[in-house]
Ligand binder design. Structure first.
Ligand code: PLP
Length: 492
């Protein structure tokens, strides 16, 4: 029996004309969205389950026209979007996209390349090598470093600690950790202010959560090298085997910069892997006057900087550099017959599947290439220095206001502060101050005009304003300052 002819287009597929027409509509939609985003509430105010209740319980049986899908975007999806593109998005660390990055993402989707092997798209591998080398130069990092793009800093730091574990030469790849009485506790060191991704990596690598040593910080929230050295010495005395230190340049709560030169000295003396987490702060090094943030990082074994945080590249794009890729490959490379290639066997090329856990890889280098070329070194430097200048101005307003106090230095573009109301009565205790500032944050965020987040520093509830959006101007800071003061007055 003759097979029935295949349909000319897959269900939901377009011919070229349809694609062009729908594509124009999508680009128009994006252009309108980006130009009007400031008019939208920054923080979504939908209730949990609201979107789910409005969607069918199962996918449609028959394909629907694109026009119908696009028509649903505004009423269904947009109310549940928190606008990371809004110039008054001051929460967490911004993920600061850009028009060149958005266009590159569209092309990436069209090419739909899987860059697992050099052969599966030579341009994907080679552009990744080139763009990461460009970025390395922009950051002033040493020429020996080799890079790979991962999805997030969490994955990059995981790879760093996996390489550190492999470098220890304990045959863990082959024999594992369980059931061995020849292994001591393997300890990793990061400051009390390090990002939780370091702890997650320690957990995932089977090193044991309790073997992450959270090293004390100084009054400016930077790792104390003396405390690090003491902790390593105590661990060695107790029979543990120290493996690695993670220093952070730009911690999540306050953007403090660990003293990497002193930490590198300790790592060298102790034979420990040094990983630098510059997920956010490392980007500042594109401005020559801010290059000090990566001082000492030239001695690191591995470094992560996220272009998707502060370098205008849409999420996800994390640049992970390692001094000795052979260690990373020793940890992860596993080449089944069906993935062997002549170029790989001849070691003529890198196959990035050998550099980490995942096989399939998006072509993320394309958007980084678009961004680096569109802005150039000077554009990127202006971008980060502008944000640091705005943060400095905001910090000055806080410092000059009688009932407000700053809770951390401002080395980059993040300001930590709180309100201390003058009640005319007994001053509020810590619990009272926490409740007051939490209510203040709630009020400002509920306005829809700005979105800030919080942290806790030395047990003190802290408001946190982080600047990272390309469109943020002084007027946005003036407005959020007015909102904060009004909320404080309303709560009095
Ligand atoms: N490291 C630092 C210092 C961070 O601030 C963050 C997130 O804000 C991360 C790592 C994790 O980043 P990612 O979301 O890329 O995993």
């Amino acid at each position: 029996m003759a097979a029935s002819p295949a349909p000319e287009l897959p269900p939901g597929g377009f011919d070229a004309e349809d694609f062009r027409a729908q594509g124009h509509k999508v680009i128009d939609w994006i252009a309108r969205y980006l130009s009007e985003v400031e008019q939208r509430p920054v923080l979504s105010s939908v209730r949990p389950g609201e979107l789910r209740a409005r969607l069918p319980l199962a996918a449609p049986e028959a394909g629907e026209p694109m026009a119908a899908i696009l028509d649903d975007l505004d009423p269904l999806i947009m109310p549940g979007i928190t606008h990371w593109n809004h110039p008054a998005f001051f929460a967490y660390f911004a993920i600061s996209g850009s028009p060149p990055g958005i266009l590159a993402e569209a092309i990436t989707a069209a090419l739909n390349v899987n860059g697992m092997l050099w052969k599966t798209s030579p341009a994907a591998t080679e552009l990744e090598q080139v763009t990461l080398d460009w970025l390395r130069q922009l950051l002033g990092l040493p020429a020996e470093l080799r890079g790979v793009i991962t999805d997030t800093a969490s994955m990059s730091s995981f790879l760093a600690l996996a390489a550190a574990r492999e470098a220890a030469g304990l045959d863990i790849r082959e024999r594992g950790l369980a059931g061995r009485d020849d292994l001591p506790a393997l300890t990793v060191y990061a400051s009390e202010q390090a990002h939780s991704s370091i702890e997650k990596a320690v957990i995932a690598l089977g090193l044991g959560q309790r073997n992450l040593r959270k090293v004390a910080v100084d009054a400016e929230f930077r790792m104390r090298p003396d405390a690090l050295a003491a902790r390593i010495a105590a661990d060695r005395a107790a029979g543990a085997r120290p493996l690695a230190v993670c220093a952070t340049t730009g911690t999540t709560s306050t953007s403090s910069i660990d003293p990497v030169p002193a930490i590198a000295e300790i790592c060298a003396a102790e034979g420990l892997w040094l990983h630098v987490d510059g997920a956010y702060g490392g980007a500042a090094a594109v401005a020559p006057e801010l290059r000090w943030v990566l001082a000492g990082a030239e001695r690191a074994d591995s470094i992560v900087v996220n272009p998707h945080k502060w370098l205008l590249t849409p999420i996800d794009c994390s640049a992970f550099y390692v001094r000795d890729p052979a260690l990373l490959k020793r940890a992860f490379s596993l080449v089944p017959d069906y993935l062997r290639t002549a170029e790989g066997d001849a070691a003529e090329v890198e196959n990035y599947m050998d550099w980490g856990l995942q096989l399939g890889r998006r072509f993320r280098a394309l958007k980084l290439w678009f961004v680096l070329r569109s802005y150039g070194r000077s554009g990127l430097a202006d971008h980060v220095r502008g944000h640091c200048r705005l943060a400095g101005a905001f910090a000055n307003w806080i410092d000059a206001a009688e009932t407000w106090e700053r809770l951390a230095p401002v080395p980059l573009s993040t300001v930590c502060f709180r309100h201390r109301p003058d009640t005319g009565r007994e001053p509020l205790d810590e619990a009272g101050l926490s409740a007051h500032n939490a209510a203040l944050l709630e009020a400002v965020n509920a306005s829809g005009e700005a979105f800030l987040s919080h942290t806790v520093l030395d047990g003190r509830y802290t408001l946190r304003l982080a600047i990272g959006n390309q469109a943020t101007r002084e007027r946005h800071l003036e407005r959020v300052w007015a909102l904060l003061q009004k909320a404080a007055a309303d709560l009095a």
